[in-house]
Write a protein that binds this ligand. Structure first.
Ligand code: 1GP
Length: 247
């Protein structure tokens, strides 16, 4: 099993002390303004996820991370890879993901085999993560050739979550898809929570109302991911962040 690195250790420390986590997501193809990222950091964002499926090179990520650091952003930058084209050395860690409900072995293990030597060579911290598409799925569902879990059958998510933890994956990302019309249902999060003991439970996709975040946290999410809302309505996303950080 991979050792827990510095970034994950800090996230787990925060969770243990009763905090809930807010992950800001920036797609390097249309990155968030670095001053805005700084604003989110000041408001308590825990880390910056960087990644996208199409039209991204490691060069774009390294360039963006440099700009982010120049803007005095200090929170960890973690790769949320949409493919091999997202592996960049300037990041602090990578969500090393397997798409659990894909129909294509490439996204289950093929991409990981291709990525592993590169990740080792760059010495990136790895957070082993199960990735599960629920409902709409957006671009991730399409590109990952997934068989999305129907939102009406949330108990299936529990079985995936248990399997993910038994396989040794330390985080589970429940994904509704970027810009999805509806976020992951509370019931699905609850099944995942109840079926695992120590999994870092990340929920993202389509979170656009403050109540969506409240619902995700109430059902057991450890961390929420916000991308589209931060881009389209940063003030509302900041309000959401305040709610996440309120004890
Ligand atoms: C997408 O879960 C993330 O992979 C975030 O989704 O862009 O809808 O916030 P949004």
């Amino acid at each position: 099993m991979t050792l827990i690195g510095r970034v994950e250790r800090e996230l787990r420390r925060k969770l243990k002390s009763g905090e809930r986590l807010f992950f800001l997501l920036s797609d390097p193809e249309k990155p968030l303004n670095t001053r805005l990222v700084r604003k989110f950091e000041e408001a308590g964002a825990d880390l910056l996820l960087v990644g996208g499926s199409l039209n991204v090179l490691p060069y774009d990520i390294d360039k963006y991370v440099k700009e982010v650091r120049e803007a005095d952003v200090k929170i960890p930058v973690v790769l949320f890879p949409g493919g091999l084209n997202n592996i960049a050395k300037s990041a602090d860690a990578i969500l090393f993901m397997s798409l659990l409900n894909t129909l294509d072995p490439y996204w289950l293990i093929g991409a990981q085999v291709a990525a592993a030597p590169l990740i080792k060579r760059l010495g990136l911290e790895v957070i082993p993560t199960g990735y599960l598409i629920i409902g709409h799925g957006g671009a991730a569902g399409h590109i990952g050739r997934s068989l999305p879990v129907p939102p009406e059958t949330p108990y299936i998510v529990g079985a995936y979550a248990a399997a993910s933890e038994l396989l040794g994956l330390r985080a589970l990302y429940l994904e509704a898809g970027s810009g999805a019309p509806r976020p992951v249902p509370g019931k699905a999060i609850e099944y995942a929570r109840r079926s695992t003991t120590n999994t870092l439970l990340i929920v993202g996709g389509g979170l656009r109302q403050v109540d969506d975040a409240r619902e995700a946290l109430a059902h057991g999410a450890d961390a929420i991911v916000v991308g589209t809302l931060a881009e389209k309505n940063p003030e509302k996303a900041l309000t959401m962040l305040t709610l996440v950080k309120k004890k």
